[in-house]
Design a protein around this ligand. Structure first.
Ligand SMILES: Cc1ncc(COP(=O)(O)O)c(C=O)c1O
Length: 410
């Protein structure tokens, strides 16, 4: 600990000076841990805990079916969507909460590809797996060809046959971030619509979808939005495209008049047509409370603290634990809100860290990721995480059979 350029007391002083530090009280965080996994699953907002009891007991319990009208359940997908819109620089009626990111991607790929007769969907070779899997299925069904290109060649791979470009804004592994405005513009100039996956961006980096000319996007509710395990996802369609797109999943909730029980499908006007089935009200209620924890907080302030956390983490790791090599961009405009390190025994080191209360995660084959989530993470947590990394690597404490057992979720 002697050669570290920042002491624990100095880290604690940064926390005392942090204007966002009080937000931590909005979450249930078990004592004795540093939670650096908010890029996978955000922690429980205390308001959601209280509210779940209210929704379950007073609404479901006492209002029963009346809850759909009297408790506003039926409008929850639009209401919560409008709250997400504020965080991503969209208009309230351009976002709706529904299904999972995977399902929303499918809906948008199939719907948007029918606007053009071009034959290929282009995505990054190393895009998140569900995006590639869903794109391959959607392409097969629609008769399109799925083409992949490495990140560095994406823009040059747009050609006259490209129908759609499907990209994840912040890379799940390295945290590399595309220049959303520039890529969207370049694709538009080539006559191509872009679908952005915002799973690692929403609630993490400042987004201005309208300003940046974004037309289509999806994102999840359980990472930086803290909506809970399996929280419903969202979907964004720019106003000017909404009535031109038809969802391939034509459920009754996306019908213009679901309770007419008409024999033919008539799409609802606007974004509502992207609903499929009955919305999951308990999950929506938890997600709504989670988004409310961002009330009064500017995304610029959140991002400013993320940068400070990253720079401290990076600098201290170079000093204390150089065996773990940072693979996230050091230029803040080129990354999201996690920091990733490559190391030969990443899985075991990560398990050894978790056993000591430093919760990060592992991504195959050799990456350890730490989520930098300014609403509840302290500079003190980063300091402790670096110290534990150094200790575990220096002493080879990770080299024990109990840290190599892989369970279903790694
Ligand atoms: C970029 C990205 N897209 C999609 C998903 C997951 O999609 P779903 O919510 O449908 O499981 C993840 C999950 O980590 C992700 O990182």
């Amino acid at each position: 600990m002697s050669n570290i350029s920042m002491t624990l007391d100095e880290a604690k002083a940064l926390d005392r000076a942090d204007p966002l530090s009080a937000l931590r009280d909005r979450f249930l965080l078990p004592k004795g841990i540093a939670y650096l996994d908010g890029h996978s699953l955000g922690p429980l907002p205390l308001q959601a805990l209280e509210n779940q009891r209210q929704v379950v007991e007073a609404q479901w319990g006492r209002q029963l079916i009346g809850g759909w009208n009297d408790a506003g359940w039926i409008d929850a997908p639009q209401r919560v969507g409008a709250k997400i819109a504020r965080l991503i620089g969209a208009k309230p009626h351009e976002v709706i909460v529904a299904d999972s990111t995977s399902v929303n991607l499918f809906k948008l790929i199939v719907a948007a590809s029918s606007l053009s007769s071009r034959g290929t969907v282009l995505t990054e070779t190393d895009n998140f797996h569900t995006d590639r899997y869903i794109a391959s299925g959607a392409a097969e069904i629609t008769g399109l060809k799925l083409r992949t290109a490495p990140r560095a060649e994406i823009e040059d791979s747009l050609d006259p046959d490209t129908n759609l470009l499907l990209l994840t804004h912040v890379h799940y592994g390295t945290a590399e971030r595309y220049d959303m405005a520039a890529v969207t513009r370049r694709a538009q100039q080539a006559g191509v619509l872009t679908i952005w996956d915002l799973c690692h961006s929403t609630g993490a980096v400042p987004l201005q979808l309208n300003r940046d000319g974004v037309e289509l996007a999806v994102g999840c509710g359980y990472k930086y939005l803290n909506g809970g395990p399996g929280a419903p996802a969202f979907l964004y369609v720019a106003e000017h495209l909404q009535d031109r797109l038809l969802s391939p999943l034509r459920g009754w909730m996306g019908h213009a008049a679901p309770f007419d029980f008409a024999s033919d499908y008539v799409p609802a006007p606007g974004i509502d047509r992207f609903l499929v089935g009955t919305p999951p009200i308990l999950s929506l209620a938890a997600l709504e409370c989670a988004i409310d924890t961002f009330d009064g907080v500017s995304m610029q302030a959140v991002w400013g603290k993320s940068i400070a956390l990253f720079e401290m983490f990076d600098r201290l790791m170079v000093e204390r634990c150089p065996e773990l090599v940072c693979v996230s961009p050091r230029e803040s405009s080129q990354r999201g809100s996690h920091i990733s390190f490559k190391c030969p025994h990443a899985f075991e080191v990560c398990q050894a860290l978790i056993a000591e209360g430093i919760i990060g995660d592992f991504r195959a084959p050799d990456i350890i990721r730490f989520g930098l989530t300014p609403l509840y993470l302290r500079f003190e947590d980063v300091w402790r995480a670096v110290e534990k990394c150094a200790e575990i690597v220096d002493t080879r404490r990770w080299d024990h059979a109990r840290f190599s057992a892989r369970r279903k979720v790694t």
